[in-house]
Design a protein. Structure first.
Length: 249
């Protein structure tokens, strides 16, 4: 007689296989989710870098215009104190062009660019040009990162009360005596002033005074002595010595 086949009992391995599949799928999903979060963080950091660069570019552009305004004020004998000591310009300025260029070079576009308080400072808001991309998390494909940064222009200079190397040279009594003798000869020498200064005008021909030379400025810029000679605009210090540019805290 043939024996009836016995029923096969399920093994433990067969029961655990679906659990393995579920666990692997879950781990894979978590890995992809963490990858998406990391990519979102990298996009956010890139946007912040672009915002910082754009804000600094705007502030540096303003600093360059401060230097130009200071030079123009010296040449035209206009008021310059507000420019150097307060960092203020009365004319309209354009700093957002530089912010646009630096934001674009760092993979972002400028959403807003405006002066901030306290002046002179500038706030730039940017948005990343690329989104996070496709991921296992719904709604992140077209999501873009945004960031904001503020840069400040800080004047470094104050009037220098003790300019360097300006000690008066003491005059000797001999020099005073020599000057007195010369004055006596000029007034009474050569036959009563026949060749003296009676026919000469000390103020120049026609009574015109020679042009006065602009006064030399002495500034203390963050502990450094800076000399500004309006008569030599080519020797003016660099604007980086007069103004500092930094990101706001």
């Amino acid at each position: 007689m043939r024996r009836a086949p016995s029923a096969r009992r399920p093994t433990d391995a067969g029961q655990a296989f679906p659990l393995y599949i579920t666990a692997v799928a879950g781990l894979l999903f978590l890995a992809l989710a963490f990858f998406t979060v990391g990519r979102a963080g990298a996009t956010k950091n890139g946007a912040q870098t672009a915002a910082d660069a754009a804000a600094l570019a705007a502030a540096q552009s303003y600093r360059d215009q401060l230097g130009t305004g200071f030079l123009h004020a010296l040449r035209t004998d206009a008021a310059w104190q507000g420019i150097v000591f307060e960092g203020q310009l009365t004319a309209a300025v354009d700093v957002c062009g530089a912010a646009l260029r630096f934001a674009k070079s760092n993979g972002a576009s400028v959403r807003d660019c405006a002066p901030a308080h306290p002046p002179p400072s500038f706030t730039v808001a940017v948005e990343s040009l690329r989104g996070i991309g496709k991921s296992v998390i719904p709604g992140t494909e077209g999501k873009k990162a945004t960031a904001t940064a503020t840069a400040v222009v800080t004047p470094l200079c104050v009037p220098d009360a003790s300019p360097p190397n300006q000690e008066p040279k003491p005059s000797s009594s001999k020099e005073k005596g020599d000057k007195g003798d010369e004055g006596g000869k000029g007034e009474g020498g050569e036959g009563g002033g026949g060749k003296g200064d009676g026919g000469r005008n000390d103020e120049g021909k026609g009574g015109e005074k020679p042009p006065e030379r602009p006064a030399v400025l002495f500034l203390d810029c963050d502990g450094k002595h800076v000399t500004i000679d309006p008569g030599h605009p080519d020797r003016l210090p660099d604007t980086a010595e007069l103004f500092a540019v930094h990101l706001a805290d």
